[in-house]
Design a protein around this ligand. Sequence first.
Ligand code: ZN
Ligand code: ZN
Length: 353
Amino acid sequence: MNAQTATSIPAYAAPTAGAPLERTTIPRRPVGEHDVLVEIKYTGICHTDIARARYGLGATFPMVPGHEIAGVVTAVGPGVTEYRPGDRVGVGCMVDSCRRCDNCRDGYQQFCVNGAVETYGSTGRDGEPTYGGYSTHIVVDQDFVLRIPDGIPLDEAAPLLCAGVTLYSPLTHWKAGPGKKVAIVGLGGLGHMGVKIAHALGAEVTVLSRTLNKKDDAERLGADHFHATSDPATFTQLAGTFDLIVNTVSAELDLDAYLSLLGRDGTLVNLGVPPGPSSLNMFSLIGGRKTLTGSLIGGIAETRDMLDFCAAHGLGSDVEVISGERINEAYERVLAADVRYRFVIDASTIPAA
Ligand code: ZN
Ligand code: ZN
């Protein structure tokens, strides 16, 4: 695409909430003073993409999902100092924020009190809709572009921009590391990155999954232990065990049962949102001074740290690369939990509409 003028580029979009994704064209703005033009190579399919395409959840339509973007810089604005054409870069869940509030200043743009600008389905500070990575190019302010180290293949890097940082942020914030017992609940796109990162941080890692089906996979990914939560014995056997439990599933959880697995001062972090309000017996927190909390993706600086950490430890996502025409089929397979562990769209297969 031409860097000087607004350009129409090919993409896959959901025309309305609940409709299948179809080929279309979308506008990209000209490359401004501080902008980076990225030729997209791969984009991961995140559960959030599917939920927003199906149910809207505040998104604007037509919606081009995709916030796990990996590609190569092809042009930069005159004020760009950090990137040059040819650089390997990524774009995650945010493309802008107010930059003035306390949270932005502290590097937690995801908690911007004025609302971070999401990579898709949102409205940019220029008043134009944002379109995500199921497309061939994207124009992003340099402050929200992330360098992908050479050691990580771009297809395996794409899911790190959401799934990777969503696990790296709580695991490092709550100090998973040597001598710490960490449990990851659910072994999907998020959970498999949680196992890899927690293991690389040096923690003793347990996977808690509904059945024993993924036991061999979990061990290959770095888990030390694996237990089925459908077996009531798991909850008596592991009572009081963990320093940190990271829950990656969005289904409703028996919070009292999971809190009982924490040791004194242990923390249960939720990354998903169950459909309705949750309840618990307050004694589950009082007995053992336990913490129930949540976490949302990660800030830009944390995301940069995460990419460097993953490169240093040889970590990427386990991916299945698909062509653009298979996106709707991939959505069905994600909903059926039939992916190990992330679908990634090869952007070179997105044809002009
Ligand atoms: Zn995501
Ligand atoms: Zn802010």
